[in-house]
Design a protein around this ligand. Sequence first.
Ligand SMILES: [Zn+2]
Length: 194
Amino acid sequence: MEIGRSDITITGLRLDSRLLKLRGECINMKKYDIRFCSCGRVHFIDQEKINSAIENEKEVLVVCNNCGSSYVVGASKECDEDGEECYMMYSQSMQDTEVNDMIRINSIVFTTGEQIRMMTGGEATDHGGYGFIDWETEKSKNISSEEWEKMRKTVNVEHTINWIRDENKLKQMSHYLCGIDWKGTKYEKSYNTK
Ligand SMILES: [Zn+2]
């Protein structure tokens, strides 16, 4: 049961942590844990894999097959404001992890992640606090530099929806304020449009 979430930054990777209340065996009923890779891809990690790592007091190692970066996802046991036991999810870049820490790994996920399609016609190659950016696609001659800069930073939402297709993934992703304007789509909510 999710009762809140906050964003933290560790070594340049934008991460999020979720405060999860533990009641019985219910850790998190969502299908995926979503991570935004700095290469612009979005990782959808099976929540079941993460839940079983948490149950074993271990972590899941995620490797991005697009950019090679890796990080661990896990949860630490904490008390919430009511004094009840809860899990605080975290993720941490592998750069900060010692080889000895590999003993903490419950399973490894290799993923190419999902592409985010941009107004340039290409895919996002970067993601950070500013949202998604395509640095790779070359500018068409008949478009002004100013216009192109805007296109680089604007997600083509319709194309991205058609690209990803998976209803579960899209639904979950639309809860995040990650730089996608969902206005006019069936995933639109009061807080996810610009
Ligand atoms: Zn990546």
